[in-house]
Design a protein around this ligand. Structure first.
Ligand code: IVH
Length: 713
């Protein structure tokens, strides 16, 4: 009964009425948790599965993180009380118990072949001709979909339940990574396949990592002194083989399932209609909750249309949240695919169209050692200018000494440089075969290049650090950070002004920002009365910033924007944090021992307390009036919104609540004060006015949801 109710819902995945019902259900469940336990647990599971589907498959979240966590905790709590009601496909059962010892090797039901490649229109025309010869027909329908750049997997569902997930391995045998696959919320633990008589199915796909998730993860690794991961592809395949599933869960993997490689029908069932063409089969998978590229596939009947689409798609490859290294063109009709068959390496009915390489080679001329805000020394390779993916690259970070040693890269080497979309350029490897013997080892400095203090390296850290807090580069970097957009947002201050003011002696440290001797600046080029007034106004304005921005601006090691919000919301004045010890700090959400240690160290330093006193005396806000409340997320804070036109993805009142929950403000009309206009269908004069103003960001409903999701994430 429970399965049936759920299955019928999943099959329609989801009508607008159901979306509203589940959304209301979530609200209700959060508000009160009385009632029939079995029913309540079923509803909770349905709601969480739905939220996962909206978030991971549709990239269109319905619940805030706090709401989601609330429901999840409630379900876990109820299942603990009623263990007899736990089912294998409950979202709580994704969390594996303990570490995997190693991954057993398993056979794929059908071998995982690779694809032949094409690179241009001519290759595609040739391939089309060969297809027609093989298929003995002049008309073939092709399906075109993105070629995701991640790690290949195959998943098997038995009687509608996820039973196995495996890596590609050598194509015949892979590694059984089921426990890790279960951590990927885009992959449903169960699906209504039995309704169609599918007792077993093997589906192929790609595990991918969002570019922004990847960048955030690498940032965190670098901040913690670890080596960053090379690119989203390596990150995805490396993560799949991590032995600790809870670590896998934290990495936020996603998945795209792009082909059905095998299936078995239960007795008495006929092959479903949807299994006649590739296009229909992926739409069908999507309708059952699988993350297939249903929305990103196109069907064409002529190769010239395919070629035009490939060229057009390549221009917007960077707009996708994942890395895509090409497109895959597949013969749509399964019967025809069968007839065309395969070679030992690849199917004859599919081909990859590869985008232009995002890799290039260049010469490494020298290495500069840069000093960061917290004293970290970063080696930066200076290379001959090289054009990669529309950008000229001249500097590439080598991150830390371990990375330099691991890569065995030397000055004078020809290096292979990769740039994946927005992801920062990266040295893949030196081309050692091109070495002449003239190359030189990269020597790490023993003393700070800015202040000559001896560098230190802490245990477990890969980075060398200058620990002199008066080191001039660090002082300037700290002030730049304090004034930056996400901290005190002192517009017009800018990096070069901070540097200049410091050199002129009018800005010695962070509190000095509020005591600049403006007379001394008179006569300096670029400092007319107007720019001084603007800067003074921006500095004055910053005194009213919320406490979390001050905390973030102080640049405490390991304390990012989110942690700053958590710290700020736990106190009513910054000085309360002086008495917090590691134990107390560790009770806060997301605050681990490393962060706690760093916070304690920071507030124990006399000069830091002095700086806070000086900020206080200057009138900077150090108070949080909303102690204990959920911190409002930052990106929308101070931003203004207006909705116009007919909204089809959400109710206007819900959307307005979403803005306010995230710190934004609603406006009544279009004016120069408006930051975002979200437009539904048939938007009229407001849209025209906003376009005319030219200062308003115009968003679709989807873009708005993404903005909110990014903001919450
Ligand atoms: S079809 C027999 N479709 O590209 C059909 N592959 O060499 C084989 N890939 O590592 C694959 N996106 O994992 C197909 N939409 C897509 C794909 C795709 C990425 C990967 C695949 C394999 C490589 C092919």
């Amino acid at each position: 009964m429970e399965i049936n109710a759920k299955s019928s819902l999943l099959c329609n995945m989801y009508t607008p009425q159901e979306e509203i019902r589940i959304y209301n259900q979530a609200k209700q469940l959060l508000a009160d948790n009385a009632g029939n336990m079995n029913e309540e647990i079923t509803l909770l599971r349905e709601t969480i599965n739905y939220a996962d589907w909206k978030y991971y498959v549709q990239s269109n979240p319905t619940l805030s993180d706090a709401e989601y966590d609330g429901l999840f905790k409630l379900l876990k709590h109820l299942e603990e009380q009623y263990p007899e009601l736990v089912t294998a496909d409950s979202p709580t059962q994704r969390i594996a118990k303990g570490l995997s010892e190693r991954f057993p090797t398993v056979s794929h039901l059908t071998p995982m072949l690779s694809l032949d490649n094409t690179y241009n229109a001519e290759d595609l025309t040739d391939w089309d001709r060969r297809c027609k010869e093989l298929a003995k027909t002049e008309t073939i329908t092709y399906c075109v979909e993105p070629k995701y750049d991640g790690a290949s997997i195959s998943v098997i569902y038995d009687n509608g339940a996820l039973s196995r997930g495996a890596t590609r391995g050598d194509g015949v045998m892979g590694e059984d990574v089921t426990s890790n696959i279960r951590q990927i919320k885009a992959i449903p633990l169960s699906a209504p396949l039995m309704q169609y008589g599918i007792s077993q199915i093997e589906i192929r796909g790609e595990i991918v990592i969002h570019k922004n998730v990847f960048e955030a993860y690498n940032k965190q690794r670098i901040a913690e002194g670890q080596s960053p991961l090379a690119n989203p592809r390596n990150a995805a395949s490396g993560t799949l083989r991590i032995l600790d599933p809870t670590e896998v869960r934290k990495r936020g993997l996603n998945a795209l399932l792009y082909s059905i490689s095998d299936y078995t029908l239960a007795e008495g069932f006929e092959m479903p209609e949807q299994l006649k063409t590739h296009y229909d089969s992926l739409q069908w998978l999507y309708s059952m909750g699988f993350p297939s590229p249903a929305k990103e596939m196109k069907v064409f009947t002529h190769i010239d249309e395919v070629i035009a689409y490939c060229a057009e798609f390549e221009t917007r490859r960077d707009d996708l949240p994942f890395e895509v290294d090409g497109l895959v063109i597949k013969v749509n009709d399964f019967a025809l695919q069968e007839q065309m068959g395969m070679t030992t390496h690849h199917p004859r009915w599919a081909v990859a169209y590869k985008f232009k390489a995002r890799q290039a080679t260049s010469k490494l001329r020298r290495v500069e050692f840069q000093v960061g805000r917290v004293g970290t020394i970063t080696p930066v390779a200076k290379i001959d200018p090289v054009h990669i993916g529309g950008v000229t690259v001249t500097s590439v970070s080598l991150f830390n000494e371990d990375v330099v040693r691991e890569k065995n890269v030397r000055i004078g080497d020809t290096v292979l440089v990769e740039r994946a979309g927005d992801v920062i350029p990266y040295i893949v490897k030196p081309l050692t075969e091109l070495r002449t013997g003239e190359e030189e080892e990269i020597k790490f400095p023993t003393h700070c290049p800015a202040c000559a203090s001896e560098l230190e390296k802490q245990q477990d850290e890969a980075a060398w650090r200058c620990i002199n807090i008066t080191c001039p580069v660090q002082v300037v970097e700290r002030m730049i950070h304090f004034a930056s957009k996400d901290a005190m947002d002192i517009r017009t201050m800018g990096n070069s002004n901070v540097q200049k003011f410091y050199e002129l002696g009018v800005l010695p440290d962070i509190p000095g920002m509020y005591h600049i001797d403006w007379d001394k600046l008179k006569g300096q080029s670029g400092f007319g009365a107007k720019s001084v007034t603007n800067l003074q106004a921006a500095i004055e304005q910053s005194k009213k910033q919320p406490l979390y921005r001050v905390i973030f601006g102080l640049g405490i090691r390991h304390v990012g924007e989110n942690t700053s919000k958590i710290l700020a919301s736990a106190v009513s004045h910054i000085r309360e944090l002086y008495d917090w010890d590691i134990e107390k700090l560790s009770t806060l959400q997301d605050v681990g021992p490393k962060v706690a240690n760093s916070v304690v160290d920071f507030f124990a330093i006399e000069s830091n307390r002095d700086a806070i006193d000086k900020l206080d005396a200057a009138g900077v806000n150090l108070i949080n009036e909303h102690k204990g409340q959920q911190p409002a997320a930052g990106q929308l804070t101070g931003k203004t919104f207006l909705f116009t036109g007919t909204l089809s993805h959400f109710k206007r009142s819900d959307a307005e609540a979403m803005v306010e929950q995230n710190g934004g403000t609603m406006l009544g009309g279009v004016s120069s004060k408006l930051n975002y206009l979200v437009v539904g269908e048939d938007a009229g004069s407001k849209l025209e006015k906003a376009k005319k103003l030219g200062t308003v960001n115009i968003l679709t409903e989807q873009e708005f949801l993404k903005l909110v999701a990014d903001n919450e994430g």
